[in-house]
Design a protein around this ligand. Sequence first.
Ligand code: IVH
Length: 672
Amino acid sequence: MTSRRDAEKRLGELRRQLQHHNYRYYVLDEPEVPDSEYDRLMRELTVLEKEHPGLVAPDSPSQRVGAAPLKAFGEVRHSVPMLSLDNAFSEEDLLSFDRRVREKLEVEQVEYTTEPKLDGLAISLTYEAGRLTRGATRGDGSTGEDVTQNVRTVKSIPLQLLGQGWPALLEVRGEVYMPKRGFEELNRELAKRGEKTYVNPRNTAAGSLRQLDPRITAARPLEFYAYGLGVVKPDTLPKRHSEILEKLRGWGIRVNRETRQVKGAAGCLEYYAHLGKKRETLPYEIDGVVYKVDRIDWQEELGFVSRAPRWAVAHKFPAQEEMTILKAVDFQVGRTGALTPTARLEPVFVGGVTVSNATLHNMDEVARKDIRVGDTVIVRRAGDVIPEVVGVVLARRLKNAKRVLLPKECPVCGSEVVRPEGEAVARCSGGLVCSAQRKELIRHFASRRALDIEGLGEKLVDQLVEKDLIKTPADVFALTIPELADLERMGEKSAQNLAAGIAGARKTTLPRFLYALGIPEVGEATAQTLAQHFGALEPLMEADAEALQEVPDVGPVVAEEIAAFFRQKHNRAVIAALRKAGVSWPALPKRPASGAQTLAGKTFVLTGTLAAMTRDQAKERITTLGGKVAGSVSKKTSYVVAGSEPGSKLQEAERLGVEVLDEEAFLRLIRA
Ligand code: IVH
């Protein structure tokens, strides 16, 4: 236990820091530190206050929510205070919450409504005689800002309730948020205009709603989900939270579809695990789940403590953003020679793993975010996405923080680094002289979707290139079993297996071969269309940029890249050597007559898993029939094919009104 004197001192520091962060977060919509850091400070504060109850000041951040409203907006008094939620950070926290609830109610088991905890901002909507008359932010919980004009621009907030039977005065509370996709698009747009970008969807939503000019709010993709009530007169509503939500839904108010009812703590934990798995595929950000005692009479019996109800708790997911120190910046050289600045970090636990490297994307990003070596940075790792540095905690910048400079020479081969005017990406000019590029090219060449050489993994490629056993992809086919057996971690048996893998890879297909060559801008889809258009390798190699532009989806930039690739003598030499080494593919069937191109002009997006075929096979079928496969849903998408466990693309399709095919319907279409 901390002495009273030390506790008093530390509490003072914590309160000052938390007040500062509250101001940055709630008033400026510009937090300095990630939520995880804020949560840590708040936890330390509450633990200390629990140890020393005599030191709890009425203005302590533990006793209040949010921050005072901005004067620029009119003030709104909340006659029912807008509270916050207590957090549970672990299973034990949740179990003790449930225990407290049961003990206070003196019952065996409690039914809970479980809801996603959306990461946006709390909003109160007042409906009088069914018409929206006011929208207000939470502010400090008792006084918020009048944002009625802005709230009216949010399309998912009804201006008039549907149906009938609504109470004369109905205050709906919920969260205004910005979907992930809208956030990314907005940031891309802002970056293009050279304007300041937002750090995360939560602050973007808050910043967008608290604009003095409602036209700006109207242009932002904001959405709303309701999760509760404020004042209701007369109170004719059902006596269960879940039924109230259902009622609201009937009146045209959006309620999250992930909402469920569960029994006891076990049900809560099951929901937590279920939603945790789904988190990445949801079209909006959530930072946890909320459990609420379903029976309203029980909620009333449980009541409130200072700033939060006793009948609800937020069970947080592991943080996806953390703070750490940027120790150094290295440059990695990719297959095409692109230099990617990579952050070397003080290891930090984020998104469920320890991260010590993160991408900085390119030098424009480094400059835009003003990232310097020695800075305290915010690292984000969401799902399986590569960790990235999203920003700097400027308040913690040290005087000796060093600017990041693009090296003049390639860190691997010493060749000159070039960065064409106006381009974000800098490249090593060494080509295949550069062993980093060689390694990446060979890895790509051997990868599953290219020549699919079984057993030729990353570490082996590194060794083979470092020992100068392979300089070009064609050298792979000249490797002998003794050479392979001599490599580290290779025995006679694995050398034989690898040799068999290499031999087997000689038989391939033209699209795979084209993709394997690593021509800039030529991905799998383009390789497929090129193969189909030209039918064979030779006419493609002879085609000039103009002829290449006749290929569907090949524009001037891609056409020039392809033509330039085949113009290079050394590339032609590699192709000749590969063919000499026996790499071959079956002749392509003549292009199907246009009658067989039943899917011409149609664009497909695939999501989820199909039972009858792999995703690659589905793609191949679609392109053979003249259709196209795209990676994301837009208004131009003709069909979204949804297999089992579809991702957010399905919701996107529903939102845009794009036709969705289940597997059966898709199979019918491709067989027709
Ligand atoms: S209920 C009295 N339900 O989290 C209970 N809040 O930390 C009030 N939030 O201010 C809140 N999703 O902005 C509730 N399903 C949900 C929520 C939710 C997000 C936010 C809300 C609230 C904050 C509490």
